[in-house]
Design a protein around this ligand. Sequence first.
Ligand SMILES: Cc1cc2nc3c(=O)[nH]c(=O)nc-3n(C[C@H](O)[C@H](O)[C@H](O)COP(=O)(O)O)c2cc1C
Length: 308
Amino acid sequence: MQDVTDLAFMRTLARIGSLPDLFVTAYFRSTPTTCAIAEANLRCIEENETGVPILAQLAGSEPAPLVRDAERLLQLPIAGINLNAGCPSPLVNRHGAGAGLLRDLPTLRACLQGLRAIVPHGQFSVKCRTGWAAADEFPAILAEIAAATPDLAMVHGRTRKALYSPGTVQPETIRQAVTALNCPVLGNGDITTLPQARHWLTHICPAGIMIGRGAVRNPYLFRQLRGGAAPTDDDMHHYFAVLVEETNLILHTKRTAAGHCNRMKKYLAFCYNYFTPEQEYALRRCTDISDMQRILSTVSAPADSGQN
Ligand SMILES: Cc1cc2nc3c(=O)[nH]c(=O)nc-3n(C[C@H](O)[C@H](O)[C@H](O)COP(=O)(O)O)c2cc1C
């Protein structure tokens, strides 16, 4: 997630001892004219000292630029290439990329086949939503994905039309993908607690799950999934203190006090729902990083993070 699950966040997970098995970069935008190898994404790859493999994600709608950029990225220390067929941004979709690929199956096919042809065995994956407007589009999308024989697929169980609306994840679509594809399928969408994560792993997608916003909200989920302890209030204070330090390092020369606060707010956007209204109010208005740190040292762990 651009500017959220970035190098600072990855390093923070390593320092707090709660790491996933795999990272995926935010998408590199691949177009005929630009090879938008975004610096922040590149740093996630080149400075990844977490020990966790990372996939480089590409968003595009033309095979040739995707292949060109994948070949370049494959020179870097990555575990593979991931094609983004899920981004709902109008800016991206206008050019047919991201979830835009889901309403143009010949283009989806060409992009999948083009990448499959050059990405080594074991290193090609695709991340998709379940359709553009409705999940009844999903079987045809899955047929295209299956034909390209990816090595891994991640399914965000929403259509593009559903954007991020609460209550719109359809777990049965993940089961559909598990049945239709000959590769491991990671289920994704609104997993925020340990019981939910366990439920998905047991009943929906045994190969694995992908957690985005839920991991920013409670980064100790990975530790919990490995049998470790639920976060205490002190753990959460430690998390935010480390994140402040790591964002400071990432921003280094470009940082201003307000800029540092604004950067922290990109993560806090996914945490406000368990802060008190007073804490949220103060944090949203904060322009001084010391004030921000002081407030963050008073928050409680999410009430739903303690269930095992
Ligand atoms: C701010 C933001 C940025 C995102 N950027 C990407 C991205 O670059 N690539 C991608 O595959 N998904 C991206 N996503 C989608 C997430 O990976 C994920 O599929 C979605 O948020 C649902 O999962 P979650 O509920 O666990 O967050 C982004 C989501 C958000 C909120």
